[in-house]
Design a protein around this ligand. Structure first.
Ligand code: NAD
Length: 246
C-alpha cells in the first residue's frame, strides 16, 4: 500500500513507533527512523531491511532540540530528498498530581509532546510540498479529549497537539498535505508497563472490549492514514481505544 513512498517516524526505536515503522516497511515504504539512541536505531533499521527488502535509515535525533531537528532535515534534504509521510509519535508520560508538578516537567513534556511535532511538521511540510503532497500523522492520546487525574501536563500537551493538527489540516490542504491525529487508549508498551500494578489494572478494567490495545492496533490505523485509502480524510482525530471509558 505504500510502495515508492518515504516515511519518517519519530520514536521508532520501540513500542507504537516501532510497530508503525515495521508495518509501513512491510507495505513497501522506505522508512527513516528517529529516536535518540543511535546504536539501537541502526540495529532496528538493519532488521527492517533484512525482513522486507526496503531501505531503512537510522536518523538519531532528540526531537525536543529544535536545532537538531533542523540539522536532521538538512541532511534529509541532501540524501533522501523526498518525504511523503511524517508520523509524530515520540512522546513521554510523566504523571503527577498538580501540587507536585514542576516547571522542568511541564517544559520537558510540552517540549517533546507538543513543540517537537510543530518543528517536525514545519520542515517536513516543505519536503512534502516539493513532492506534491503528503500525510502528517500526530499521535495524541485519549487523555487529550477525556482528561485524567494526575495527567494535567500530559493531557494538556496532547490536547495542544490536536489543536495543531486541526489548524495544520486547514493550512496545508491546498498543498495536498493531509494532517490527522490518532488518539490511542491504553496500549501495551514500555510506557504503560511503567505504571503501578494498581493503575495498570484500573485502566484495563475501563476498556469495554476487555483487552489492552497492541502497538499493531495503532499501526493499522496509521497505515490507513498514510495510504491513499484516506485520500479525502484530513483534520480528523481517530480514537483507537477498544471503547475505553475514562
Ligand atoms: P514508549 O515510551 O514505548 O516509546 C516512546 C518512543 O519515543 C521511544 O522510541 C523513545 O525513544 C522516543 N522518544 C521519547 N522522547 C524522545 C525525544 N526527545 N527524541 C526522540 N525520541 C524520543 O511509548 P509508546 O507507548 O510507544 O508511545 C508512543 C506515542 O503514543 C507517545 O506519543 C505516547 O504519548 C502515545 N500514546 C501511548 C499510549 C499507550 O497506552 N502506550 C496511549 C496514548 C498515547
Amino acid at each position: 500500500m505504500l510502495r515508492g513512498k518515504t516515511a519518517l517516524i519519530t520514536g521508532a526505536s520501540r513500542g507504537i513507533g516501532l510497530a508503525i515503522a515495521d508495518t509501513f516497511a512491510r507495505h513497501g515504504c522506505r522508512v527513516v527512523l528517529c529516536a535518540r539512541d543511535a546504536s539501537s536505531l541502526e540495529c532496528t533499521a538493519a532488521q527492517i531491511t533484512q525482513d522486507y527488502g526496503v531501505e531503512a535509515i537510522a536518523l538519531p535525533l532528540d526531537v525536543a532540540d529544535a536545532q537538531a531537528v533542523k540539522g536532521a532535515y538538512q541532511s534529509l534534504f541532501k540524501t533522501v530528498k523526498t518525504l511523503d509521510i511524517l508520523v509524530n509519535n515520540a512522546g513521554i508520560l510523566d504523571d503527577a498530581l498538580l501540587g507536585m508538578v514542576s516547571q522542568a516537567q511541564i517544559e520537558r513534556t510540552f517540549g517533546i509532546n507538543t513543540f517537537a511535532p510543530l518543528y517536525m511538521a514545519q520542515y517536513g511540510a516543505r519536503l512534502m510540498h516539493k513532492n506534491g503532497g503528503g500525510s502528517i500523522i500526530n499521535i495524541s492520546s485519549i487523555i487529550a479529549t477525556h482528561g485524567n487525574a494526575g495527567q494535567a501536563v500530559y493531557g494538556g500537551s496532547k490536547a495542544a497537539l490536536l489543536g495543531i493538527t486541526l489548524s495544520l489540516a486547514k493550512e496545508l490542504a491546498a498543498q495536498h498535505i493531509r494532517v490527522n491525529a490518532i488518539a490511542p487508549g491504553f496500549i501495551d508498551t514500555d510506557m504503560t508497563r511503567s505504571l503501578s500494578a494498581q493503575k495498570f489494572e484500573e485502566r484495563l478494567r475501563s476498556i469495554a472490549m476487555g483487552r489492552i490495545g497492541t502497538p499493531q492496533d495503532i499501526a493499522n490505523t496509521a497505515l490507513y492514514l498514510a495510504s491513499d485509502l484516506s485520500a479525502y480524510v484530513t483534520g480528523q482525530v481517530i480514537g483507537v481505544d477498544g471503547g475505553m471509558l475514562i
